[in-house]
Design a protein around this ligand. Structure first.
Ligand code: UD1
Length: 326
């Protein structure tokens, strides 16, 4: 078969790294990169580190409002799909690139497969939830990472083409795990950290980054943690923080975004991971590190049920995670 993988943002690069390798053993795959993420450490670094084949098309769509960004992607993807002939299109996760890819393909009657289908947090205010629901309803193959995801789809009347396939991010972690120890040692030396004695933090969701009070609440909680905090800052968050007039305690270190391997290497020996990212919640669980989720809900409910994740929102009293002594 001739298949297009459509990607554009960090959480998709880590998924296509695994899928592409498997796919190319039996099929012809082309990678279409929308350009949603474009900084070196948000995009090219992932392709290099994870040995992802270079994209066949780079559409350079860049940033913008949801409508503008998704619209640009839709038009550009359609152009490629009309030029090339594909038997199927694969989309990944829940970003605007996912929705644009699914919509462009479905309208051209090209079968759409969705990797990481069926996730829901039932909050329609989140752009990712809108992208997930719409992409799932446009797909004819729905590859679910969890049983909960399959049930979510069935509840929405999607029963055909639904498969429980497991989690490609777990596959990736298993692949890189043997090489992480040396990288961890180097990073701990660089940041003067001891294992299990620091917190690793990421914040980039609109609900937090775009809200001054939410960021103040998070900063207050991090400032009161009695341990070093390593906080790789997403460019969206960095841009917002410039307007928020927040003072950070000395033990909170705001650093540039790090690639996948450094993130996993720093994560595996952290005492806690605090994050509003979906992917990192799950990776914390897979690394065996308790997670404090800086949101009110999650699509990875299993991590909460298993006792490895608490939903703290921006309530800093929860950051000490008393219930997470496992
Ligand atoms: C997107 C996804 C989110 C995912 C996240 C991972 C959507 C709706 N959201 O959010 O689900 O968890 O990616 O990182 O698709 N920017 C740069 N350089 C870049 C990319 C972005 O400076 O390489 C800045 C720009 O100011 C941009 C802002 O970050 O406006 C937001 O980027 P965007 O891709 O729109 O959304 P993310 O917040 O990255």
């Amino acid at each position: 078969m001739r298949i297009a993988s459509i990607v554009g943002a960090r959480p998709q690069f880590v998924k296509v790294a695994v899928v592409s390798r498997a796919l190319r053993q039996q099929h012809e795959e082309l990678i279409i990169h929308t350009g949603q993420h474009y900084d070196y450490n948000m995009s090219a670094q992932f392709f290099e580190e994870l040995d992802i084949p270079a994209s066949d098309y780079h559409l350079g769509c860049g940033s913008g409002s949801h409508g503008a960004q998704t619209g640009r992607m839709l038009e550009a993807i359609e152009g490629v799909l009309l030029k090339e002939r594909f038997d199927a299109v694969i989309v990944y996760g829940d970003t605007n690139s996912t929705l644009a890819g699914a919509l462009a393909a479905a309208k051209l009657h090209i079968p759409v497969a969705h990797v990481e289908a069926g996730l829901r947090n039932f909050d329609q205010a989140m752009p990712e939830e809108i992208n997930r629901v719409l992409s799932d309803h446009l797909s004819c193959r729905l590859y679910c990472p969890t049983k909960t995801a399959c049930r979510n789809l069935n509840r929405e009347g999607i029963t055909c083409g639904v498969e429980l396939v497991g989690d490609v991010m777990y596959d990736l972690l298993l692949q890189v795990q043997p090489n992480l120890a040396l990288r961890t040692e180097r990073l701990l030396r660089t940041f003067h950290l001891a294992p299990q004695s620091y917190a690793l933090v990421t914040v980039h969701r609109a609900v937090n980054a775009d809200n001054r009070e939410a960021m103040r609440g998070i900063a207050d909680g991090l400032n009161r943690l009695e341990m070093p905090v390593i906080f790789p800052v997403h460019p969206r968050t960095r841009a917002r923080l410039e307007h928020y007039d927040i003072t950070w305690a000395k033990h909170v270190r705001l650093i540039e975004p790090v690639g996948y391997l450094d993130m996993m290497a720093l994560g595996r020996t952290a005492y806690r991971i605090l994050t509003d990212s979906g992917g990192l919640q799950k990776e914390a669980f897979l690394l065996g590190v308790p997670c404090v989720t800086l949101r009110e809900e999650t699509e990875w409910v299993e991590t909460v049920e298993a006792g490895w994740n608490i939903l703290a929102g921006t309530h800093s009293s929860h950051y000490f995670a008393p219930r997470l002594i496992i």
